[in-house]
Design a protein around this ligand. Structure first.
Ligand code: ARG
Length: 431
């Protein structure tokens, strides 16, 4: 009797928090969720008193409260809350933690970062991000974490892994902060079209589902110029051609104007950062249907915490040079009508705080609805996953979140998500 009571109490705690066995149990069930409102990100309309039915992980019915509830279904009512689709972050590094920056990263053994990734996967999904694109990790860690999640060993979001980032010798995707006698193996370094094609094939072989490459310098690298181009147009074309042939999309790290514009010309799918993009970039992006994924919140965190975290002085200087310009150009790109997705570079600021960027996007020119669409229906389209994620529609996964109040009035509400469901599994439910 005592142990039964204890089990019942544990299950109550599990509804409030999350328990590993619970997610496994939920898989084949029918679940019905009702709430005060739902944001339909496809139409942009708020629906009153929705009733959503999920069976075996997929949405099977979107109706109004009062519709029939299948026998045996588990029901969740979320009074005072607004339901949205699970959020999508198109640019994270689950295996990074900004508290260890610069040379501080070398205090840890290689597999420490896998452990960091496991912890961050849970934080990310509990923050309402049920899908992420992991655009760079070492040791194929993102593939391992994805497999761990799919096998119910650990809790985390759906992951689209890039494995290693591809880049030129001495570029942003290389490790440049050591003398020549320190040899750091990096399977992502490739120079010239043939070597680049071979690298794309190799990463695909070991689990990449998207290819990420560095077209220009970056902030967190010690020795390069943040705006300087690092791959020629010929190299970028070979990479994109190879990736597309293998059915993968291409995400391009690019801060400088020349690298951004050549990456668009080469047929890249998403431009990450796009800090020094200009009117030509916007015209090219619209012509080619290229998405921009601009990590506009980062600057606040880096300037406040970077030095404390051990960031290279060179990196802080580079951040000061581009941070504000990136925000101004975000506003210009939004005004020009460039298609936008939500990419935070989580890992540069703490994973789990992914939703902080919504407010920055609104401050710099988006409506709350535009910002939410960038993290849902737009992101799904850019991933080529509109059949699966990014909207509350029959056939898509039962990936739902809920917040108290109306996020269209206050987009900051997305920072405290009360309810998270992924594929019909309850990940979090705080009344
Ligand atoms: N991973 C990027 C880099 O190292 C981060 C840039 C962050 N700064 C910014 N203003 N978005 O280049």
């Amino acid at each position: 009797m005592v142990s039964r009571n204890l089990f019942a109490r544990l299950m109550l705690v599990c509804v409030a928090l999350s328990c590993p066995w619970q997610s496994v149990l939920a898989e084949e069930e029918t679940v019905v969720v009702t709430a005060e409102k739902m944001l339909d990100v496809v139409s942009g309309k708020v629906v009153q008193h929705p009733q959503i039915t999920i069976r075996a992980g997929r949405i099977v019915n979107v109706a109004s409260a009062g519709a029939a509830i299948p026998a045996g279904a588990r029901t969740f009512d979320l009074p005072g809350m607004t339901i949205l689709p699970g959020l999508i972050d198109m640019h994270v590094h689950l295996t990074s933690d900004p508290h260890y920056s610069g040379y501080r990263t070398n205090e840890f053994t290689d597999n420490f970062w896998t452990v960091v990734g496991v912890a961050n996967a849970r934080k990310t999904v509990e923050a309402g991000f049920t899908t992420v694109r992991n655009v760079g990790s070492n040791n194929y860690d993102d593939v391992a974490i994805k497999q761990g999640i799919e096998e119910h060993q650990i809790t985390g979001p759906r992951i689209v892994p890039a494995t290693y980032m591809i880049g030129a010798t001495g570029g942003h995707c290389d490790t440049t902060e050591f003398p020549p006698s320190f040899v750091i193996p990096n399977p992502g370094i490739a120079d010239g079209p043939d070597a680049i094609r071979a690298t794309v094939r190799k990463l695909r072989k070991y689990g990449a589902e998207v290819i990420k490459f560095c077209a220009t310098g970056g902030v967190f690298s010690k020795t390069d110029s943040v705006s300087g181009q690092q791959y020629s147009l010929v190299e970028m074309k070979a990479l994109v051609d190879e990736a597309h042939m293998l059915g993968m999309k291409v995400a391009v790290h690019a801060h400088g104007t020349g690298g951004i514009n050549d990456a668009i010309r080469a047929g890249a799918d998403t431009i990450e950062h796009a800090s020094l993009s200009d009117e030509e970039s916007y015209a090219l992006a619209k012509l080619h249907g290229t998405w921009f994924s601009m990590d506009v919140y980062n600057d606040d965190y880096i300037l406040a915490e970077g030095e404390k975290n051990g960031m290279f002085r060179e990196s802080l200087d580079k951040e000061r040079a581009i941070g504000l310009k990136q925000r101004q150009n975000f506003r210009n790109a939004v005004k020009a009508g460039v298609k936008m997705v939500y990419g935070t570079d989580g890992g540069i600021y703490p994973n789990g705080d992914n939703a902080r960027q919504f407010a920055t996007m609104v401050e710099w020119g988006m409506t709350p609805l535009q910002a939410i669409r960038s993290a849902t229906v737009n992101a799904a389209e850019a991933l080529g996953r509109s059949q699966d994620v990014g909207a509350i529609e029959v056939g898509r996964y039962g990936d739902l979140i809920a917040v108290k109040g109306d996020p269209l009035t206050d987009v900051k509400l997305l920072r405290s998500v009360s309810f998270v469901m992924k594929g019909g599994e309850i990940i979090k439910n705080i009344p």
